[in-house]
Design a protein around this ligand. Structure first.
Ligand SMILES: *[C@@H]1O[C@H](CO)[C@@H](O)[C@H](O)[C@H]1NC(C)=O
Ligand SMILES: *[C@@H]1O[C@H](CO)[C@@H](O)[C@H](O)[C@H]1NC(C)=O
Ligand SMILES: *[C@@H]1O[C@H](CO)[C@@H](O)[C@H](O)[C@H]1NC(C)=O
Ligand SMILES: *[C@@H]1O[C@H](CO)[C@@H](O)[C@H](O)[C@H]1NC(C)=O
Ligand SMILES: *[C@@H]1O[C@H](CO)[C@@H](O)[C@H](O)[C@H]1NC(C)=O
Ligand SMILES: *[C@@H]1O[C@H](CO)[C@@H](O)[C@H](O)[C@H]1NC(C)=O
Ligand SMILES: *[C@@H]1O[C@H](CO)[C@@H](O)[C@H](O)[C@H]1NC(C)=O
Ligand SMILES: *[C@@H]1O[C@H](CO)[C@@H](O)[C@H](O)[C@H]1NC(C)=O
Ligand SMILES: *[C@@H]1O[C@H](CO)[C@@H](O)[C@H](O)[C@H]1NC(C)=O
Ligand SMILES: *[C@@H]1O[C@H](CO)[C@@H](O)[C@H](O)[C@H]1NC(C)=O
Ligand SMILES: *[C@@H]1O[C@H](CO)[C@@H](O)[C@H](O)[C@H]1NC(C)=O
Ligand SMILES: *[C@@H]1O[C@H](CO)[C@@H](O)[C@H](O)[C@H]1NC(C)=O
Length: 483
């Protein structure tokens, strides 16, 4: 009896122990790997806490929060974007051999990316953007043969750009990367998108080759390069957006950019580019946005060459042209606006001469009409007053004369500024019908007559400057309405 009792107890223990072992070991290896990764997380959402654990009736992690498996119950996707998870990405990730998608974007991860991520040989897509990752981007990611999309932007990565990848999409903006753009980027024949803005990259931009034919978007803004825009970019024939803002670029705009028939956005503002805009830009027939503001264009050359090429006025898709803060001179083509639906024309701070081009609002889409601080003379074309889409209308600091136009009822107009010209005649009463006006600046002209009573109806007007004119009479009684 005694022996039997002992046997019973032993039997009980061995059964108990073996069921424990069974309940743990029945979770497959990917599940166990996830539990090891879990140990590196500090804060996790309740959905993760309640599912990432051993459960006697589950042999796979396939129903766990953020997990997708294939038919053989291997983890193919680990995705908990935007789930407020903090902690580290542990080296155990290397065991997930079937992992294709890793999306941990917009969480609060920190620390280094383990080089063992390069062992997840099935990875196609990695998105670790919007975290606090730091350290170098591991070179081992270069051995991932299927990796197509790599999103690491908005972290604190340091060191140089990765050298050998076979990527389609590379987003590295908003980090602390240094060094120059590696020449190896030119070998990525399948690259469609390259974003490296807001880093501390230096050196000359050597980019563009016969291999860049698939490149659609290139954004190198906010770095500190040397030298100019590489002419080789002209071979990137699919390029849709070329954006290199505030990156210390000097020299001229290469005429080869005219070969970019699919280019819709050219944004090279806030650099030190000089000389003229090449006439070939007129061959970029899809161009819709041309931003070259804050450069030295039009300067450092005989003034005859500092003009805006007539070809710009021929572009049929052009909507936005910002050329402010340059040294352009000469007459602005009177045809500008005839051929496309212009929305924004901002040329303030140049040396343009001649008269106001009469057709800017021809297609009735113009919202910003800014030709301030130039050397324009003559009258305001009367048609401009009929431009009902205008919101900002700025002609300050020119040598314009004649009467101000009558304004049709325009509820978008908020900001007319005609300061420092030679305008004559009365303040148009019709301004009083533009009921969203917030600011009116008519100072330093030769305006005469009385201040129209109608201006007193403008409920949103907070700034009215009529100083240094030849106005007389009393201030309208309704001005007390103003804030
Ligand atoms: C264990 O998994 C089963 C099946 O997925 C589920 O119904 C059950 O709620 C889980 N148990 C615990 C304690 O999470
Ligand atoms: C990750 O999941 C979110 C929804 O939770 C989804 O919008 C996103 O597309 C997924 N990421 C990938 C790469 O599939
Ligand atoms: C993110 O993690 C850091 C520590 O790594 C912590 O100080 C911070 O509060 C966390 N932020 C959020 C929004 O959880
Ligand atoms: C991980 O990759 C390294 C080289 O990148 C290799 O030496 C190592 O054997 C790999 N480990 C596993 C478990 O695949
Ligand atoms: C580009 O894509 C093709 C087709 O998917 C592939 O055969 C080739 O190896 C890729 N090239 C590079 C450099 O990634
Ligand atoms: C990039 O840097 C510029 C200049 O420092 C800054 O104005 C801009 O907000 C930054 N952009 C992003 C997305 O951080
Ligand atoms: C800007 O570019 C010039 C020449 O292209 C170079 O000499 C200078 O060092 C650059 N400035 C910075 C801050 O990198
Ligand atoms: C230009 O864009 C069109 C339409 O999106 C496309 O069919 C064509 O292939 C593109 N051309 C190049 C050279 O990428
Ligand atoms: C450049 O211009 C494009 C088109 O207007 C705009 O979307 C983008 O934000 C600009 N880039 C910078 C860095 O200002
Ligand atoms: C033109 O440049 C000057 C000096 O850099 C700056 O103060 C001014 O705001 C710029 N004007 C515009 C319209 O950006
Ligand atoms: C401005 O125009 C007037 C004629 O309207 C002319 O007499 C004057 O010389 C011009 N001033 C400048 C600086 O061009
Ligand atoms: C102008 O004012 C009207 C109401 O008076 C308002 O509905 C509209 O949104 C305003 N438009 C703008 C551009 O502010």
């Amino acid at each position: 009896m005694k022996n039997l009792g002992l046997f019973g107890i032993l039997l009980f223990f061995s059964l108990f122990v073996s069921t424990r072992i069974v309940s743990v070991s029945c979770l497959n290896s990917d599940g166990l790997t996830l539990l090891s990764l879990r140990k590196h997380f500090d804060k996790v959402p309740p959905e993760l806490t309640s599912t990432w654990k051993t459960n006697a009736s589950e042999a796979t992690p396939c129903n766990w929060f953020g997990i997708i498996c294939d038919d053989s119950k291997k983890v193919t996707s680990l995705n908990f974007t935007g789930s407020e998870v903090s902690g580290q990405l542990g080296p155990e990730i290397r065991e997930l051999k079937s992992l294709e998608i890793l999306d941990m974007s917009s969480n609060n991860f920190s620390g280094f990316i383990s080089s063992s991520l390069g062992n997840c040989s099935s990875l196609v897509y990695i998105d670790l953007s919007g975290n606090g990752f730091s350290g170098k981007i591991p070179d081992t990611l270069g051995s991932l043969k299927s990796l197509a999309d790599l999103y690491l932007y908005n972290n604190f990565f340091t060191g140089e750009l990765p050298k050998s990848y076979k990527l389609e999409i590379l987003y590295l903006h908003k980090n602390k990367l240094v060094g120059s753009l590696p020449a190896s980027l030119n070998l990525l024949e399948n690259l469609t998108d390259l974003f490296v803005a807001n880093n501390s990259l230096r050196g000359t931009v050597r980019f563009g080759s016969t291999k860049c034919r698939n490149l659609v978007t290139l954004d190198l803004s906010y770095n500190q390069f040397e030298g100019g825009v590489p002419p080789e970019l002209g071979s990137c024939s699919s390029l849709d957006a070329l954006v290199i803002v505030k990156s210390n670029l000097s020299g001229t705009i290469p005429s080869s950019l005219g070969m970019l028939k699919n280019l819709t956005v050219l944004n090279l503002s806030e650099n030190r580019l000089s000389e003229s805009i090449p006439a070939e830009i007129g061959d970029c027939t899809n161009l819709n946005t041309l931003k070259l503001n804050d450069n030295q264009l039009g300067g450092r050359i005989p003034s005859a060459l500092g003009k805006l090429p007539l070809e710009i006025a021929e572009l049929k898709n052009l909507k936005i042209v910002t050329l402010f803060n340059n040294s352009f001179n000469g007459v602005i083509s009177p045809g500008l606006g005839l051929n496309s639906n212009l929305e924004i024309v901002d040329f303030i701070g140049n040396k343009f001469t001649g008269e106001i081009p009469p057709n800017l609002c021809h297609r009735k889409m113009l919202t910003v009409f800014n030709l301030g601080s130039n050397r324009l003379h003559g009258k305001i074309p009367t048609s401009v007053g009929q431009c009902k889409t205008l919101s900002r209308f700025i002609l300050r600091e020119n040598n314009l004369s004649g009467p101000l136009p009558e304004f049709s009822q325009n509820h978008d107009l908020s900001f007319p500024d005609f300061n420092s010209n030679n305008f004559e005649g009365p303040i148009p009463r019709s301004l009083g019908s533009c009921r969203n006006l917030t600011t009116i600046i008519l100072s330093r002209n030769k305006l005469t007559g009385q201040i129209p009573q109608e201006l007193g109806n403008l409920q949103h007007l907070s700034h009215l400057n009529l100083g240094f004119n030849l106005l007389h009479g009393t201030v309208p009684s309704k001005f007390s309405n103003w804030k």
